[in-house]
Design a protein around this ligand. Structure first.
Ligand code: PMV
Length: 337
């Protein structure tokens, strides 16, 4: 089955260019999680998901394409990737359909977030790459088309072409043409993220591998997509009504249920560390003291805490006691605060 690629026909006609094109994409954190694929080759999810961007945390990618390069060169945070590495092969497979004949790519990516630590760096990497390609080849793609292409690199990257809230529609078509993200036309300027960096080292297992194990071995995995559908509905209503407690409840539930699928897999997948639990309990303690804040956790040990900026001082003062680095982020701002 041919998968849907909105630009394959034009890319072959594009002249190679010596110039560099550059773009920045924010990472994003799912409020209602994506976890499960109906097609793992082209990253089609079993259900729709909803995210909020991580503002200034993300990836800047610069790319050029030239007939004078003898082979592809990919730099990640200043280090050249080995041709034999999984990251290199994945990038090359992604870029091949867009490669003009006889040309090689040079890509420089800089993440200002820890790479592969469950902080959504692959989401911002593939979104920034697609945005840079769009500039390089002057495709002039719509955001939805860019989202669709970014999805082919990493599912969650489909949501990283936007700032703010984004919904990735699961779609139903086998070729993926209806599986892309769109922005939610809602602003909530009071919202903030606090990212508690429990461990910035690369995670023990990629989300791709973990997802696949859950699908194969979690006995109740077939129940999960339906839970996500109702969570998504509830989260959308909470955002429209600016109901922070409802949004926080659904966000925590979505993360904990996703981790429950991992704990129910065989062998179980446990991304949490002692400091992850300490940070979760800190959030519960803050709430019981009347300070509204909620957490979410992805495929890694780090915690992302959602709060409203009027509570910043009380929250920052308590999180400091965890003795871990904490990054404070305005989801809608790409500049340092
Ligand atoms: O896009 P991937 O394959 O890295 O999967 C990411 C999955 C989670 O981050 C755990 C959840 C999500 O919706 O982003």
């Amino acid at each position: 089955m041919e998968y849907f690629n909105p630009i394959s026909a034009w890319s072959l006609m594009t002249q190679p260019s010596e110039i560099w094109a550059q773009a920045f994409a924010s990472a994003n954190i799912a409020l209602v999680k994506y976890w499960g694929k109906r097609d793992s080759n082209i990253n089609l999810p079993t259900h729709s998901s909803l995210s909020l961007s991580l503002g200034r945390l993300g990836t800047t990618s610069a790319i050029r394409c030239s007939s004078s390069l003898v082979e592809d060169i990919y730099w990640l945070n200043g280090i050249r990737l080995e041709g034999s590495s999984a990251a290199f092969k994945r990038l090359q497979a992604f870029l091949n359909p867009f490669r003009p004949q006889g040309c090689a790519f040079e890509l420089r990516s800089e993440n200002n977030i820890p790479t592969a630590a469950g902080l959504a760096s692959s989401a911002s990497s593939y979104a920034a790459l697609v945005m840079a390609l769009d500039k390089l080849f002057e495709w002039d793609l719509s955001p939805a088309q860019m989202s669709l292409l970014a999805r082919l690199g990493s599912g969650s990257a489909s949501r990283s072409v936007y700032l703010g809230f984004a919904i990735w529609h699961a779609g139903i078509k086998a070729n993926g043409e209806d599986s892309f993200a769109q922005p939610l036309d809602e602003r909530w300027p009071q919202l903030r993220w606090a990212v508690v960096v429990v461990d910035s080292k690369a995670k023990v297992m990629s989300s791709r591998q973990a997802m696949s194990r859950c699908i194969k071995t979690c006995a109740w995995f077939d129940k999960w997509p339906d839970l996500c559908v109702s969570d998504l509905q509830e989260a959308k209503v909470a955002i429209t009504n600016k109901d922070f407690q409802s949004l926080g409840d659904v966000m925590e539930r979505s993360a904990l249920t996703m981790h429950a699928t991992m704990l129910s897999s065989s062998p179980p997948i446990v991304y949490w560390q002692a400091q992850t639990l300490a940070a979760m309990h800190k959030v519960y303690e803050l709430r019981s003291n009347g300070i509204p804040c909620y957490f979410t956790i992805d495929a890694g040990p780090n915690l992302k805490i959602l709060y409203q900026h009027q509570f910043h001082d009380s929250i920052a003062c308590e999180l400091e006691k965890l003795e871990r680095p904490v990054l404070y982020i305005d989801p809608w701002s790409v500049n340092d605060e």
